[in-house]
Design a protein around this ligand. Structure first.
Ligand code: SF4
Length: 471
C-alpha cells in the first residue's frame, strides 16, 4: 500500500509544539509519513493558537484555500487541532464545513482514534471539551531535537489573568503523576537526551491535585537521578506559586539549572490588579530576592511583560521600566497588549493608542537591552559550560549551545564532534542577545568580527521539527 502523507503546521507556544509531537507520534503509529509540502498531503492538520489574532487569520486563510482543493479532491482530510478548535468549534462548523476533524487541546491524545473513526464512518468528528482527562503519552521517536527535550508535567491553568486565553482553551490545571513523568524522562534519556525542560503553564504549582500534594521540588528530586540526564529545567513559573522548598531544590540538586522564568507582566500594582495577577510589585521583588538568596546571586531570572494594557498610564509604565532596570532580568519577553475574545479583558476599553504601545514596547526593550549588554559584557573572559545543540541556524559554519543560565553561545567547532556534548568554553565577546566563545586552543570569536557578522542569536530552541512547521 502506498504511504500516506500528512502535513502538520503548528502555531503558537512551546505547549503546542509538544502537542504536535504527541499528534505526530500517533500518526506514525498509523503509518502516516510527514511532508513539508501541503499540496502533496492527503491529510492536512493545523495545531492552532488563539493568543494572537494574526495566527488565527492565517488558519482561516489556509482553510479557505483548502476548501477549493477539497472540492477537487473529496478524499482530502482536513483537521483543526488546539486552541481554535476549542474556542471556535461552532464557527468552524459554519465557516469551514469542509473540515473533517475538530479536536481541542485536551483531546490531542485522541487524534489516532478520531482519524480511524472518520475513515470508518465517513463523517466529521468534533471533540473539544475543557473538562475531560488529558492523555499526554507520546512516541519519543518523534521529537524536535536529539539532545534536549520538553516534557509536559501539567496541563491547563487555574488562574484567571484577565488578558489570557489559556483557561478557556486548555481548561483546569491537572498534573501528571511522578511515575509517568519519570518513565518518559527515562525513555528520552535512554535515547540520547541530556537536557529536559519540564513544561507547564504554572509549573511551580505542579502537584496540587495529586495524592499527598507533592510540590515541584519533590518532582525535581524524583527525576534527578535518571541515567543520562545532565540538565533539568522547568518553565513557566507563576510568582504567587514560587516557594522556598522549590528554590531549595534548585539550589541543592546539581543537575537543575540556575534559570527561572517568572513572568512579572507589569511593575504597577494598579495594572497587576486589573490583570488579576494576584501579587504586587513589592511581592514580586521579594520573590526575586528570595531566589537570589537561596539559589545564588547570579541565578538567571527571566520575565515577561505586557505593555499598553487597558488603563496603563505613563506612570504605570514608568513603574514597569523601573522594575526592569532594578531587577536586571537575564531575559525579558515583551508584548503589546491586544484584546482577545473569550478573555475578561476583551470587554475593557483598549484605550492605549497603538503608537503609545509601540513606543513603550521600544523603551522597555531598550532598557532590557542595556541590562543584557552589561550582564553579557561582565561574562567576557569567564569560562562556562554549554550543551552544544548543533549548527547555528543563522550561520551554519558555527555551532551554538546554551549555558546553564539559558544564554546562547556561538562558537567554532565541528558538529559531528561536539553536537550533544557538554563542553567548556571561554567567553570572548558578547552582544545584547548572545555570547561568543572559543574552545581551548581555538582563535577567539567576536560579535563584530567578519566571520560572525551574520551570527545573530538563535530563536528560542530553534530546531527543525521533522513532523511539523512551527509559526
Ligand atoms: S497564569 Fe495567567 S497568564 Fe499564565 S496561563 Fe494562567 S491565566 Fe494565562
Amino acid at each position: 500500500m502506498a504511504t500516506r502523507r500528512y502535513y502538520l503546521e503548528t502555531f503558537g507556544c512551546q505547549m503546542n509544539v509538544l502537542d504536535s509531537e504527541i499528534a505526530a507520534g500517533q500518526l506514525r503509529q498509523l503509518g502516516w509519513e510527514p511532508t513539508d509540502e501541503r499540496e502533496q498531503a492527503e491529510l492536512v492538520l493545523f495545531n492552532t493558537c488563539s493568543v494572537r489574532e494574526k495566527a488565527e487569520h492565517k488558519v482561516w486563510s489556509r482553510l479557505g484555500e483548502l476548501a477549493r482543493r477539497k472540492r477537487r479532491n473529496p478524499d482530502l482530510l482536513v483537521g483543526v487541532l488546539g486552541c481554535m478548535a476549542q474556542n471556535h468549534k461552532e464557527k468552524l462548523r459554519r465557516r469551514a464545513p469542509h473540515v473533517d476533524l475538530i479536536l481541542g487541546p485536551r483531546q490531542i491524545g485522541e487524534l489516532g482514534a478520531a482519524l480511524e473513526r472518520i475513515e470508518r464512518e465517513r463523517a466529521p468528528v468534533v471533540h473539544a471539551d475543557l473538562t475531560g482527562p488529558v492523555d499526554l503519552r507520546r512516541d519519543i521517536a518523534v521529537r524536535g531535537a536529539r539532545h534536549t527535550a520538553y516534557v509536559t508535567v501539567m496541563y491547563g491553568c487555574d488562574f484567571r489573568c484577565t488578558y489570557c486565553i489559556v483557561p478557556s482553551t486548555r481548561g483546569r490545571e491537572d498534573s501528571r503523576p511522578i511515575a509517568e513523568i519519570r518513565e518518559e524522562i527515562e525513555r528520552l534519556c535512554g535515547d540520547g537526551v541530556k537536557e529536559v525542560t519540564l513544561l507547564g503553564q504554572t509549573v511551580d504549582g505542579w502537584g496540587k491535585r495529586l495524592p499527598g500534594r507533592p510540590h515541584l521540588g519533590h518532582l525535581l528530586e524524583a527525576v534527578h537521578d535518571v541515567d543520562g540526564l545532565e540538565r533539568l529545567r522547568f518553565v513557566t513559573s507563576h510568582p504567587s506559586l514560587m516557594r522556598e522548598p522549590i528554590l531549595r531544590a534548585v539550589a541543592d540538586l546539581p543537575k537543575v539549572c540556575e534559570y527561572l522564568h517568572i513572568p512579572a507582566q507589569s511593575g504597577s500594582d494598579r495594572i497587576l490588579k486589573a490583570m488579576r495577577r494576584g501579587y504586587t510589585a513589592a511581592r514580586y521583588r521579594e520573590i526575586c530576592a528570595m531566589a537570589r538568596e537561596i539559589v545564588g546571586p547570579d541565578v538567571a531570572i527571566a520575565s515577561d511583560f505586557i505593555v499598553g494594557f487597558p488603563g496603563e498610564s505613563e506612570q504605570d509604565f514608568e513603574a514597569t521600566l523601573e522594575l526592569v532596570r532594578s531587577l536586571r532580568f537575564s531575559q525579558a519577553f515583551i508584548f503589546k497588549f491586544s484584546p482577545r475574545p473569550h478573555t475578561p479583558a476583551w470587554t475593557l476599553e483598549d484605550d492605549v493608542p497603538e503608537a503609545v504601545k509601540r513606543e513603550r514596547n521600544q523603551r522597555l526593550l531598550a532598557a532590557q537591552q542595556q541590562v543584557q549588554t552589561e550582564l553579557h559584557r561582565a561574562l567576557v573572559g569567564s569560562r562556562t559550560e554549554i550543551l552544544v545543540e548543533g549548527r547555528s541556524s543563522h550561520d551554519p559554519g558555527k555551532l551554538t549551545g546554551r549555558t546553564r543560565h539559558n544564554k546562547i553561545v556561538i562558537f567554532e567547532g565541528e558538529a559531528d564532534r561536539y553536537e550533544g556534548q557538554l563542553v567548556e568554553l571561554e567567553i570572548t565577546d558578547a552582544s545584547p542577545l548572545a555570547l561568543y566563545g572559543r574552545l581551548p586552543g581555538r582563535p577567539p570569536l567576536h560579535a563584530g568580527s567578519r566571520q560572525s557578522v551574520r551570527a545573530r542569536p538563535e530563536p528560542a530552541r530553534a530546531r527543525p521539527l521533522p513532523m511539523a512547521r512551527v509559526r
